[in-house]
Design a protein around this ligand. Structure first.
Ligand code: ADP
Ligand code: MG
Length: 892
């Protein structure tokens, strides 16, 4: 009897090449196979007549091949044509021509006399009705016709080496052999109707379209429910973590508010009180603050930080770009230094006050000297019983943050024992990726296993939007493949060397880290592989004397308690960029982290911050309005506060789309504004700051604008200008010494100059809606009316639809919904960013309502039983572990 976990290779009837093709799709068990859902279904109950005209939609047709031909064109290119005739042709029937360009395998599959089913959009080509590149399926024998035809037929995502027909046949047979009661339901009965097994059957081979839809709803709800359980577990787990109350009396805050030149809006006051409640509680705050550009989030952040500072803790304020960090630094100094609060700036390029504080003291590297580590160690695998289970039990991080420092153990195959030379090779490969893909803190290569302590690095540069990180599985894989070949060469052997990875664990606290660190460094001696007093050359740590003394200072240092914060010279607020994360800055006493403009930080980075214990309070701020469905997923583990009101003194922003040919008129309008003393941003279309900037092109751009705007003064700003110069350019603009800033999108977030009331965006069609909205947020910050001009020379329909949205509204949420409408969710929610498992069937946009239902079901389970202790909730526990594995740890 087969079950969900039956391996396909144990079903004797699936031929090996098919198994390999399936494996390429990550399909190894019957469950994998049966949750490989159809991409769509075709109604093959009966086929329509061949069309005589073009249609707007794709249709599914069946016919007999009466002629094939292969023609060449343009030298080496080929067109293969198959002409089909209807099954029951009549006098009016037209043949249908199917064409494939340069797909030589098609001609091998189709021959005259065959019956084939095609799916595609018929078009008129000359006098003939043609479908170019249709999907097709050859009807081979009539025996299996009941599987593939005369029904609503599933169409699966295509794969190499596995035709629709073969895949469908395998799924059909497995479903047939599968017991009715084989599926445990995922979601509770209050959420879904019917049995999972029925839904699975019906999604593949539905009896009717209604049955298909019902099955889909069941499966989508189950999938969303599983996802929401993971999110809810993160949420409840983090509120159950050790946190601390970080809240002062509020006197400092009151003083600050008194000094402000404006009254807080009601929305700001409401949000501050929400934050205050969290900060004063002894669970860690995890709060998202949404507020459109210009709604005044910075003031709220400052309020939160002051509460924390007053209680004697440090606060970190992180911005996505250097310009923004520097701007925050200036603002904070101006406002807070009079109150006696010490502020430091730390960015990658410049550090005021002391440099970055290291998180680790790594001791000295051990001297290498020859030593033959002969026999396999006894720590592995016997350590299971001996040294305590904590280092050996395959344990999946459960109810924990996705991303942190990892202690990893990689074992060799049972019969493989690494020679000293091979161990050196392994150590070298470990070091090869150090500071490239991960930061490695310690490593130890034993004859039959390797321990390492690593923290994954972001892929690509620091300042880029949407940073993603190396995943643990990728890292382990690169280490293994990097070393394997060479080891085989050294040892004159063949075959695989490494076990499938099974051992990984996150390091949840500094104390745990310290233990693992010492464990790794002591391992050869403790296990008896090396004698005491003898060197073991394959132990490695970062050897950096300057990092000494700092190790684990959080553990040893007692909190500052109620020491009056304002009397210390240590910085109390540290402002910085991502560097605050990547450079392992340690805070002795971190109480609150504020992350500004979260859309530039991934979930992984957020997790990195909160991995420590006691967990600091975290306030995430975003101006990127994201539709509600997405908030429920990407930020589903956070509490949400909203500033839904703009400060009253705001001038209106008028947005106008203009064709490039109208530049002359636009310029004369700009001049009238200059004469009133207003300032201008020109955004030129170098979209991605990482795009290699041709300095010459930038200079040309600048020259052009200088001429156009003469005699008004302009300056150039882009990402490659050295930081100190950038700072000066911004300073001159802020003071009004320059009238116009010609800039790339480095301006995008946060920059705040109220007198700048004009913005001109060149080639606006090249930017996304969200980004344009962000850019536009730079103006309309003072009391004057502002104007945003979107220059575009594109006539495309999509472009005008997109830009019209901005003309229509300045409300960020409306922009976001429209964006979502125009683009779809794919771009907005990358799985890597979300830290959630990929969806197999649900569609965030189309199924928003189902997501809402799934979320409330998951939340109510956790509300009643936050630790999932009840017997009936045990299956949800397993579900979460499953989800967790899929989302970030493919190692296990
Ligand atoms: P964002 O939410 O986009 O980060 P900021 O915090 O930069 O917005 O605020 C934009 C501008 O509005 C700043 O100059 C800030 O001083 C000002 N501001 C903030 N709150 C108020 C308020 N309640 N009334 C008037 N101006 C305010
Ligand atoms: Mg801001």
């Amino acid at each position: 009897m087969i079950s969900v976990s039956t391996k396909l290779e144990d079903l004797s009837w699936i031929p090996r090449p098919r198994l390999l093709a399936l494996r390429r799709l990550d399909i190894e068990t019957t469950e994998d196979l049966l949750t490989h859902f159809p991409r769509r279904h075709e109604d093959r109950t009966e086929f329509p007549q061949f069309p005589r005209e073009e249609t707007n939609v794709s249709i599914c047709l069946c016919g007999e091949v009466i002629k094939t031909s292969l023609r060449r064109f343009g030298g080496w290119k080929k067109i293969f044509e198959a002409t089909l005739e209807e099954s029951q042709p009549n006098a009016l029937s037209e043949p249908l021509v199917c064409r494939w360009f340069n797909l030589h395998y098609v001609q091998k599959m189709i021959a005259t006399g065959q019956r084939i089913v095609v799916f595609g959009r018929p078009r008129l080509r000359g006098k003939r009705i043609c479908i170019d590149h249709p999907e097709f399926e050859v009807i081979e024998n009539d025996e299996e016709i009941s599987i593939h035809f005369r029904r609503i037929t599933p169409i699966y995502p295509a794969t190499e080496g596995l035709s629709q027909r073969v895949l469908r046949g395998i799924i059909y047979r497995v479903l047939h052999e599968f017991p009715d009661a084989g599926w445990q339901s995922i979601a509770p009965n209050s959420l879904v109707h019917g049995e999972r097994s029925d839904a699975i059957r019906a999604i593949h081979f539905p009896g009717s379209w209604e049955a298909r839809d019902a099955a889909r709803e069941h499966l989508v709800l189950s999938e969303f429910f599983a996802m929401q359980m993971l999110i809810a577990s993160r949420r409840f787990e983090s509120s159950a973590r050790a946190g601390q109350a970080h809240c002062g009396s509020g006197a400092l805050l009151d003083e600050f508010l008194k000094g402000l030149p404006f009254e807080l809006t009601a929305a700001q006051r409401k949000v501050i009180s929400e934050i205050r409640r969290d900060v004063a509680a002894n669970y860690p705050m995890n709060r998202l603050l949404q507020g459109d550009v210009g709604s005044g989030k910075t003031v709220v952040a400052i309020a939160a930080m002051l509460l924390v500072v007053e209680a004697g803790y440090e606060a970190a304020f992180m911005a996505p770009t250097q310009i923004l960090a520097e701007q925050h630094y200036e603002v904070l100094r101006r406002w807070l230094e009079p109150l006696g609060v010490h502020i430091a700036l730390r960015t990658a390029a410049r550090q005021e006050e002391s440099g970055p504080l290291p998180l680790f003291d790594l001791g000295s590297a051990r001297v290498s000297r020859a030593g033959d580590g002969g026999a396999p160690s006894r720590t592995f695998p016997e350590v299971d019983v001996a040294l305590g289970a904590r280092y050996s039990r395959p344990r999946v991080p459960h109810f924990e943050k996705a991303w942190t420092i990892y202690a990893v153990t990689i074992a060799t195959k049972k019969d493989r024992c690494l020679s000293p030379k091979a161990r050196t090779t392994v150590l070298n490969s470990l070091r090869h990726f150090h500071n490239k893909r991960y930061e490695m803190f310690a490593a130890c290569v034993m004859p039959d296993h390797v321990h390492l302590l690593i923290q994954p690095w972001p892929k690509g540069g620091d300042d880029k939007a949407n940073t993603s990180f190396w995943r643990l599985s990728e890292l382990v894989h690169s280490i293994k493949s990097f070393s394997a070949h060479e080891i085989n060469e050294i040892e004159n052997k063949n075959g695989s060397i490494w076990e499938k990875e099974r051992f990984d664990r996150y390091v949840p606290s500094d104390r745990d880290l310290q233990e693992k660190f010492h464990y790794i460094l002591r391992n050869p001696w403790d296990s008896g592989v090396a004698k005491q007093n003898e060197d073991y050359p394959w132990v490695w740590t970062q050897n950096d004397e300057s990092r000494k003394e700092r190790l684990f200072r959080r553990d040893t240092e007692t909190s500052m308690g109620d020491a009056c914060a304002t009397q210390t010279n240590e910085p109390q607020i540290i402002v910085g960029t991502h560097a605050l994360l990547y450079e392992s800055v340690s805070f002795s006493n971190l109480g609150l982290t504020v992350i500004d403009e979260q859309h530039k930080f991934g979930v992984a980075q957020r997790a990195r911050l909160t991995a420590r214990e006691p967990a600091p309070d975290v306030l995430v701020m975003t101006a990127t309005p994201i539709p509600r469905t997405l908030t429920m997923t990407i930020y589903g583990d956070l509490d949400v506060s909203k500033i839904d009101e703009m400060p009253r003194n705001r001038g209106k922003i008028i947005t106008a789309v203009r064709d490039t040919s109208k530049l002359g008129e636009v310029l004369s309008f700009l001049r009238t504004q200059f004469e009133k003393g207003r300032q201008l941003y020109v955004i030129y279309p170098l979209i991605d700051e990482s795009e290699k900037l041709d300095v010459k092109a930038a200079a040309a751009e600048y020259e052009l604008w200088r001429e156009r705007l003469h005699p008004f003064r302009c300056e150039l700003l882009h990402g490659r200008i050295p930081a100190s110069e950038k700072q000066q350019v911004m300073g001159r603009f802020r003071r009004g010494d320059t009238d116009a800033l010609i800039s790339t999108t480095v301006l995008e977030v946060g920059v705040d100059v109220p007198n700048a009331t004009m913005m001109l965006i060149e080639n606006a069609e090249r930017f996304g809606l969200a980004q344009l909205h962000q850019l536009r947020g730079r103006i309309g910050r003072g009391e004057h009316k502002s104007t945003c001009i979107l220059l575009s020379s594109s006539q495309a329909k999509e472009t005008s639809a997109k830009l019209a949205v901005l003309e229509r509204t300045t409300n960020g949420f409306e922009v976001a919904e429209a964006d979502w409408e125009l683009r779809g969710p794919g771009d907005v929610l990358g799985t890597a960013q979300s830290g959630l498992p990929a969806l197999k069937i649900g569609d965030l946009k189309r199924d928003a309502d189902l997501m809402r239902r799934a979320r409330s079901a998951a939340m109510s389970i956790f509300e009643m039983d936050p630790r999932l202790d009840l017997a009936e909730n045990q299956r949800f526990r397993r579900l979460i572990v499953e989800q967790q594995k899929q989302s970030f740890s493919h190692v296990s």
